[in-house]
Design a protein around this ligand. Structure first.
Ligand code: UDP
Length: 482
């Protein structure tokens, strides 16, 4: 009988790759064989800025395979409006490579016996398996929040109830009533951003909804979430999918499993990144008082216009609080003119600020100097903040971020939602609310959620058990198809 061999295939974008790489590590820790498939560019960035060489050496059953980049997208293909074009072109381009990999084997490494693909690829793997006339279990993994995934799945229902389409700017505060598990919780503005009409008055949610519905035909679904976080939505998803494994928060789950298996041997914490990490901010943080610093980061793909950047900057400086801000070199749309930064902003930053191009975020969020996180509400950032018990100010940019930020402020009550507003006075006020006036209230709920997250990945916890069930499923389904 051949051993189980899982092919893991994320969308080749930073956050998708890193969270699926964590899943890969969790599986090899449990003695499964894993091949991780990504593009040449992502792989070489992981090798340059991360530690994947050490990672492969530490885990003999983890292999990397690459395929060529599909166009001239360069280092940052997934920006803003262009993301759907990117997803579509990778889905087409990857097909022949996937076909080859599903058939390839060596005397040492058997053919893959199970595929875990990014759910955003829809029916890609099952289509390839059908063409090849092979039977192989196909599991979809979604990197977005479960509430966002469920909103995509429910799009048809929202259309039937005439809750969609959104009818322009004046309609943004209308309450969505018929979204099961989230009844009367969301306004139109809190739906995933692709539900919003674009400049031409059309919205692109159908593409995302369609890809999400394709997951209904997968053999199983993995979500980076946990029961105590998104329980009501997860129950709705479970009514529609036969096998759902919630194994999140993945980063914390991995750290816990490593600590558990470290009894006999040392497995280091691998630093995986596709950007050059600037650790100088950790020394700066060491010198700051406890809970005094607002960490500001908008993730790997957000684009900010110059005006908004300046509003945030003024707000941070005017709040008189310390701040650590990640400003990627390519974050600003158009050229940013350094000369036009007013003196008081420069002075305030020199006194109380630290700016880096990319930070070791997981580590930053657990630093004792951090008192809050001004975030774009990407799902990984949200989970990392929840696990660290850090209250948030949310300024969502796109995709699931609009719905994640609603959950932060209205469901988990661990922060404030600044959605669709970018004004220096609002930033100043929210920073002071989170760090001073409402600090105790937010800290209390953030720490309670951190405890629940920890419990979920501890022995007997929901995600801990779910990972065990997932591995059992992979092994038995691989056997059946042997
Ligand atoms: N991140 C990081 N350093 C930074 C900014 C972000 O390591 O300076 C990591 C962060 O820890 C998270 C990921 O990048 O794991 C961002 O993922 P998220 O889903 O929040 O947002 P996206 O990049 O997809 O917009």
């Amino acid at each position: 009988m051949a051993e189980a061999h899982v092919l893991i295939f994320p969308l080749p974008l930073s956050a998708h790759v890193l969270s699926m790489l964590k899943l890969a590590e969790l599986l090899v820790l449990q003695n499964l064989r894993v091949t991780f498939l990504t593009t040449d560019t992502i792989h070489s960035r992981l090798a340059r800025f991360g530690e994947i060489k050490v990672l492969s050496e530490s885990y003999p059953t983890l292999h990397f395979k690459t395929f060529s980049d599909c166009n001239d997208e360069g280092d940052h293909p997934g920006f803003g409006d262009r993301i759907w074009d990117f997803i579509s072109s990778v889905t087409l381009h990857a097909k022949p490579f996937l076909r080859d990999i599903l058939l390839s084997h060596t005397p040492q490494i058997p053919k893959p016996s199970c595929v875990i693909q990014d759910g955003i690829f829809g029916s890609l793997s099952s289509g390839v398996a059908t063409e090849l006339n092979i039977s192989i279990p196909i599991i979809h993994f979604r990197t977005v929040s479960s509430c966002c995934f469920w909103a995509y799945i429910s799009a048809t229902k929202l259309l039937q109830f005439q809750e969609l389409p959104i009818r322009g700017d004046d309609d943004m505060d209308r309450i969505i009533k018929h979204l099961p598990g989230m009844e009367n919780l969301l306004r139109c503005r809190d739906l995933p951003s692709f539900f919003r009409p674009n400049k031409e008055g059309n919205s692109t949610f159908e593409s995302y909804a369609d890809r999400s519905r394709q997951s209904l035909a997968a053999d199983a679904l993995i979500l980076n979430s946990f029961e105590d976080l998104e329980g009501p939505v997860l129950s709705q998803i479970r009514h529609n999918f036969s096998k759902v494994y919630t194994v999140g928060p993945l980063h914390h789950h991995l750290n816990m499993r490593k600590a558990e298996s470290n009894k006999g041997k040392e497995i280091p914490r691998f630093k995986n990144s596709v950007f050059q990490v600037d650790r100088s901010c950790m020394t700066w943080l060491d010198a700051q008082p406890e809970g005094s610093v607002m960490y500001v980061s908008f993730g790997s793909t957000t684009i900010v216009n110059k005006e908004d950047l300046m509003e945030i900057w003024h707000g941070l400086v005017n709040s008189k609080k310390g701040f650590l801000w990640v400003i990627r070199p390519d974050i600003v749309a158009g050229k940013h003119n350094e000369d036009r930064i007013p003196n008081e902003v420069k002075e305030g930053t020199k006194e109380r600020g630290c700016i880096v191009e990319w930070a070791p975020q997981e580590e930053v969020l657990t630093h004792k100097a951090i008192g809050g996180f001004l975030t774009h509400s990407g799902w990984n950032s949200t989970l990392e903040s929840l696990v660290a018990g850090v209250p948030m100010i949310c300024w969502p940019y796109f995709a699931d971020q609009q719905i994640n930020s609603r959950f932060v402020s209205e469901v988990w009550k661990v922060g404030l939602d600044m959605k669709d507003i970018c004004d220096r006075d609002v930033v100043e006020k929210m920073v002071n609310d989170v760090m001073v006036h409402r600090r105790e209230e937010f800290l209390k709920s953030a720490q309670a959620m951190a405890m629940l997250a920890h419990k979920s990945v501890s022995p007997g916890g929901s995600s801990y058990t779910s990972l065990h069930d997932l591995i059992e499923y992979i092994i038995s389904a691989s056997r059946e198809n042997d």
